[in-house]
Design a protein around this ligand. Sequence first.
Ligand SMILES: *[C@@H]1O[C@H](CO)[C@@H](O)[C@H](O)[C@H]1NC(C)=O
Ligand SMILES: *[C@@H]1O[C@H](CO)[C@@H](O)[C@H](O)[C@H]1NC(C)=O
Length: 814
Amino acid sequence: MKCILSLMSILVSMLFVPSLIVFIAADTSSTSQFVSLSYGKNITSPSGTFEIGFFHLGNPNRSYLAIRYKCCPDQTFVWVANDGKPVNDSSAMLRLNTSSGSLVLTYNNLNWSTSSPNVANIYNPVAELLDTGNLVIRERQKPKPEVEEEEYIWQSFDHPSNTMLARMKIGWDLKRNLNRSLVAWKSDEDPTPGDITWGIVLHPYPEMIMMKGTHKYHRLGPWNGLRFSGMPEMRPNPVFNYTFVSTKDEIYYMWTLQANLITKVVLNQSNEERPRYVWSEVDKIWNFYSTMPGEHCDHYAFCGANSFCSSTASPMCECLKGYKPKSLEKWKSMVWTEGCVLKHQLSCMNDGFAPVDDLKVPDTKNTSVDETIDLDECKKKCLNDCSCMAYTNSDISGSGSGCVMWFGELIDIKLYEASGSGQRLYIRLHPSELDSIRHKKSKTILIISVAATIGVILAIYFIYRRKIYEKSKEENNYENYVDDLDLPLLDLSIIIAATKNFSDENKIGEGGFGPVYRGKLASGLEIAVKRLSKSSNQGMSEFVNEVKLIAKVQHRNLVKLFGCCIQKQEKMLVYEYMTNGSLDYFIFDSTKGKLLDWPKRFRIICGIARGLMYLHQDSRLRIVHRDVKASNVLLDDTLNPKISDFGMAKTFRGEDIEGSTERIVGTFGYMAPEYAFDGQFSVKSDVFSFGVLLMEIICGKKSRFYRGKQVHNLVDQVWTLWKNDMALQMVDPNMEDSVVACEVLRCIHIGLFCVQQYAEDRPTMTSVVLMLGSEMELDEPKNPGIFKKKESNEANSSSRSSMNAMSITSLTAR
Ligand SMILES: *[C@@H]1O[C@H](CO)[C@@H](O)[C@H](O)[C@H]1NC(C)=O
Ligand SMILES: *[C@@H]1O[C@H](CO)[C@@H](O)[C@H](O)[C@H]1NC(C)=O
């Protein structure tokens, strides 16, 4: 059975199959051209991709003159006329005034019309809806151009709504002083303009900016010859071809399709994002493809001036070299907006420059560009101007060319984790900062040679000192331990203000280690605060050590730790807030479950697998989670899953770490037999729990569920049906419409591998990720490890089960 699983390969494969959409072969002159359009009549583009007519957008009492995709049942509108005002009149009519060459919409005794061109004589004009979704007015007898480069009398592409389509230019026609930008609709049903716009801002080094009202909200940054500086994923690919044109006449961004694909980029007011969707002809839905801003660091000036933001670092904000926080106190409590200031007044001509790699370059408002000089000359030019704070190549294609210089504060810099994603920026530094770079090197050499001779003496001395120190340390005097905590240490008062004094209204859950509260910092950043129960008998130094370690574990499928708070016996962890709550809230709920179709669930399964693989394999800690379950998987606003509570089991239940134990952390129903039975845990017991969770996601049922009064074991049921080739019967009816049978079966197959009775038979998470993303042949799974609880009145709720209450059963194939 061949079955392509990864979403990208689904997408790419779609592109090369001869188009699945049956295009209507049409007589171009009759169907798509018109001089009038009345209420209730639609005009279709030549091959049937788009149509224009009077439509309502959800509320039948409000109709609009709009263009929409004809293919796709929902949310297909790409343009509205009349500034989004409704046209509630069945006598509404769109007519072409053939003497002025403009389209006039008449309704309720009101008028809206397209602008008239500055042309003296227009001969026999006609309106036409093109296959690109562009509504144009042109002179009839002119031959229709192959490529749409013709000067139309008027075109809707010059007046974009909230949607960007292929071949549409976003940016400036400088000859006509025309700025084409996307404007969000107030809501999906109300297309009047909202306050989010997206377009090109004519800085000396022009850049793509999303505005919220009059404030900058997100920068894609300037075009650097290869891509937008803030969009590393924009690379040559077989699907999209990106173009940026900057001449004295026009500056615009455009993309075209190299494959047959239905796609759109929509500016969305309600979530303040700019997602791209791709239509899936198989599933009949718009698949979410990517979005901007995608993370905190994409929000304009998130870290204030003269700093950079790194979404995988902790803390996320750091001052540029040579700069220090303007207010150290605020900086430490995660209020970064004030940014950083120079450590030393610059000395101008004696200054130097330090290269910093992998950046999104700063806001280009105060820049100057010289395309004719190279990097050496650029450096000289910048050095000679005492207000020039940074420079780099304006074009990084090839070996780089041109010069761009920044003046004043450096704002909105992002550091990319993957090298090669960002670009190099040369930052002006005081000579003493440069000296410290040189001195460090010689110091290192000195230290090494000294250490070689007196290392032994030092070692003895430190061991001796440490003993004295340990004796004298006071358990709750945390200041001794947090000095080098690489993580913001928040003041209790800040947490109290953010969570409204831990009010019930802000409480969002009760984890194994204490309650969790939602909160909002003064800077607007939303957080989740885990207040560890005071009964935890862990010492302060261990706590700090563990937090330090967790802070270093960073992955896009793990919930991010922002900081912590230690004060007056209180220990709190501050995490990023996840808008969509936990996975159990979706999959075990018959209404919410409908929001997660198969492609979404598959993405979630893959995300969890990658997060666990990182914990097991790639992080410096090799963490065994020990409590993998649906309620420990949180979903962000794009439904990207993130595992929470990792490291907690290891760290906050120190007494449980060794081998067998009476108290078993974990949740009944997810526990591997060797763990439940012997208290032995390993990465393979996490793999078991993952297998159970995978089946829950597919079946929409808890690992132990009721049918009538009887408790059933999900793994048991799936295994039995699998053996009889009937596993699909278990699939959650909530996602029936979107299920791709071969994919689901493959996932169940992988899940059964994970829950095999013997730990050594189970795959590692690395193999699980590989199996999920490929088509490789899979062996037959062996019997799952299933254990049954004697008293069956409790389904999957408590942690800490006692061994005595359980017995282990291994099922054999029937
Ligand atoms: C058509 O446009 C011309 C020139 O602007 C104008 O004088 C005329 O009244 C318009 N005709 C109609 C029917 O609106
Ligand atoms: C905008 O985002 C909201 C919330 O995510 C979503 O419900 C809505 O359908 C989106 N609108 C468009 C036009 O994509």
